[in-house]
Design a protein around this ligand. Structure first.
Ligand code: KDG
Length: 315
């Protein structure tokens, strides 16, 4: 059985080959993406085992996602093909209006992935697993996806599985930010490991200062809190320890997916028994590497390559 169970919507990403507003872009490159799928692939590439629970459509993009995840050795036995809806897609607009940033344009309403429901979340997946992971995207997809997350939280608790949540608030998926906070906070309070950033924390708990964010979520009972700070790196707090890691300086092609690489690497390191600082520094490094190419998953290193690049930056 897989050590990490990730629940969410895997998507096909069309990434603009040229920077600027999408209306002027003629060529797009296809990638497999979706926050929870990115984390599952990351954990698997780093030598730990991962399974992905979700739905894809009975179409070419659904087959593309399934084949990709299998090739990455992610356990897809609980990935369902739903003939009633298409696989979700989105486009990435790069470098506009902010030069170093990307924007996502979704075409996913009513997608197969959004039809995730409690019946897709089976107890068998949790038996022997060590970590359940999902992000704030999954409960935003639909009422049934939200219920699937709650069922997963219950099964994690019943089976002694740690809960990892990345707040990942995507405003385009929520009717309002207040609703995002209302739905996500009861889930966050059940997390053992939390990934967040200043923007999401401002929405959830009215704090955007990294040290305060650590304090507030730790105070709510979350054992390990990681605050992602983009080009400023990350800070974390766990038990009696605190750690800070700087991002490495790289040339940014597309920052989307960096946060998932950071989370996936941190979780893989924790599964491998690494301490907080070692986990955070490797996680931050992988987050930086991912920004150097288009696509969320392509630059996630294999374990041996992570150690090579780690020694390069931290000789
Ligand atoms: O973190 C990257 C993801 O946001 C991207 O792959 C798309 O999953 C996605 C989403 O729902 O925004």
């Amino acid at each position: 059985m897989a050590e990490l169970i990730s629940i969410g919507e895997a998507l096909i990403q069309f990434n603009a080959l040229t920077k600027g507003p999408l209306r002027h872009v003629s060529l797009f490159e296809k990638h497999v993406a979706g926050a929870e799928a990115n984390v599952a692939v990351c954990v698997s590439r780093l030598g730990r085992s991962a399974a992905f629970i979700g739905r894809v459509g009975d179409d070419e993009f659904g087959r593309n996602i399934e084949a990709w995840l299998r090739a990455e050795r992610v356990d897809t036995r609980w990935l369902r093909t739903d003939p009633a809806a298409p696989t979700g897609i989105y486009f990435v607009q790069r470098g506009y209006p902010i030069p170093s940033k990307s924007a996502m344009v979704y075409y996913r309403r009513g997608s197969a992935g959004s039809r995730l429901s409690p019946e897709d979340v089976v107890e068998e997946a949790f038996q022997g697993a060590r970590i359940l992971h999902f992000t704030g995207i999954t409960p935003a997809l639909s009422q049934s996806a939200r219920e699937a997350c709650f069922k997963a939280l219950g099964l994690a608790q019943d089976n002694g599985v740690q809960v990892s949540i990345d707040t990942n608030i995507r405003p385009a998926l929520w009717p309002s930010l207040e609703e995002a906070a209302e739905v996500l906070m009861p889930m966050v309070e059940k997390a053992d490991i939390l990934f967040t950033d200043p923007t999401d924390s401002e929405i959830l708990v009215g704090e955007n200062e990294p040290e305060k964010i650590l304090e507030v979520f730790r105070g709510l009972g979350v054992d390990t809190v990681v605050v992602k700070l983009g080009e400023r790196g990350a800070v974390a707090s766990s038990g009696g320890e605190k750690a800070r890691a700087e991002a490495v300086q790289v040339s940014v092609e597309d920052p989307i997916g960096a946060g998932d690489g950071l989370a996936g690497t941190f979780l893989a390191c924790q599964l491998a028994g690494r301490n907080l600082f070692d986990s955070l520094r490797r996680a931050t490094l992988v987050g930086s590497l991912i920004t150097t190419v288009r696509g969320d998953q392509e630059m996630i290193p294999l374990l041996k390559d992570l150690e090579t690049v780690y020694r390069y930056y931290y000789p």
